[in-house]
Design a protein around this ligand. Structure first.
Ligand code: SAM
Length: 319
């Protein structure tokens, strides 16, 4: 029992995410970034994650292994973030979280938090059995949307019920959180052209019926027009020099008038010789040419170096 209590304290320390600009929390940010990097580098992410937790508080290995179930499912109070569908797990440090569309299943070794949902009152006045709801911690070092939210984005143009076209889905890490946000009444059309990543994406989608995986090149949206409906939001993270053009093509076909565009721009993928700020300005100008009116721009530091996130509204035909 004492071992589990110690392990939960370790978890609280290792999971810290929010308020990263506070110098006092820098160590925790480093711990999380290290964990993310190690998970990516080693196939057996479960093992690495436990090592990371152990390393953070210098627990003996035997304690961490014995306490693994406690590390995976702990109880924490949850509150709503101002972006609908996003939650804040309150603890010693706050963390972003989304309500899992597929309870019991982790997508990338992320921590899960189980809470009792209020017992609903049924027709005859009796109270039904309380059910459990699962939330998944959203790591901003693994997801640019989470980094943007922590950076203070005013609008993400996705909420429960939204239709989102996600360009550059990779293996579905961030897509899974977007699927959690839009929930059972929303849809995520997730486009990825790498067949290798596409396999993982399809596998993730088997647990999330609101994700339509599309293994195609986003430069050729006509190839998938039969699969995609009109959307409220396009999120783009293809890390390509012609990303602005790709977004424009897809917006013209699929984005509702007044719909939102959220784009992650990686400066050195566009021009590795120019200053990042110059690249961002040039990309914003290209977006304007394609009828996208920028509303917000922010850096994704400290989670991603030399990345900006631009959010805009599509004004169809305004070229
Ligand atoms: N958004 C992902 C996440 O947070 O998990 C990471 C995306 S990664 C930076 C960029 C992805 O875009 C890669 O998986 C790459 O294969 C994909 N990609 C690049 N160009 C593409 C294109 N033209 N069409 C579709 N996918 C593309």
């Amino acid at each position: 029992m004492a071992e589990i209590v110690v392990a939960e304290a370790a978890l609280a320390a290792a999971l810290a995410v929010a308020s990263v600009t506070e110098a006092a929390e820098a160590d925790l940010v480093v711990a999380l970034a290290t964990e993310a990097a190690e998970e990516e580098a080693v196939e057996d992410s479960e093992t690495v994650e436990v090592v990371a937790v152990v390393a953070d508080v210098e627990l003996p290995e035997v304690v961490a292994v014995a306490a693994l179930p406690a590390l995976r499912e702990v109880r924490r109070p949850l509150s709503k973030h101002r972006h609908e569908g996003v939650f804040i797990a309150r603890g010693k440090e706050d963390m972003l979280a989304t309500r899992s569309m597929a309870p019991g299943v982790a997508v990338y070794g992320e921590k899960r938090i189980t809470v009792d949902s209020p017992a609903p009152v049924v027709e005859n006045g009796e109270t039904a059995a309380a059910t459990k709801v699962e939330y998944r911690v959203w790591n901003p070092f693994r997801s640019k949307i989470a980094a943007g939210i922590l950076g203070g984005l005013q609008d993400i143009y996705m909420k429960p019920g939204s239709k989102v076209l996600y360009l550059g889905a990779a293996s579905g890490t961030s897509v899974s959180h977007v699927a959690d946000i839009v929930g059972p009444t929303g849809t995520v059309y997730a486009v990825e052209f790498s067949h290798r990543s596409g396999r993982d994406l399809i596998n993730m989608a088997t647990h999330r019926t609101n994700v339509i995986p599309i293994v195609e090149d986003a430069r050729h949206p006509l190839k998938y027009r039969m699969l995609v409906g009109m959307v409220d939001c396009i999120f783009a993270d293809v890390a390509q020099p012609d990303q602005a053009r790709i977004v424009g093509l897809n917006a013209g076909l699929f984005l509702k008038v007044g719909g939102g565009i959220v784009i992650s721009i990686k400066a050195n993928c566009i021009d590795s010789t120019a200053a990042p700020e110059a690249v961002f300005a040039q990309e914003v100008a290209k977006l304007r040419e394609m009828g996208i009116k920028p509303k917000e721009q922010l850096t994704l530091e400290p989670f991603e170096r030399d990345h900006a996130m631009v959010v805009g509204v599509y004004e169809r035909g305004a070229k």
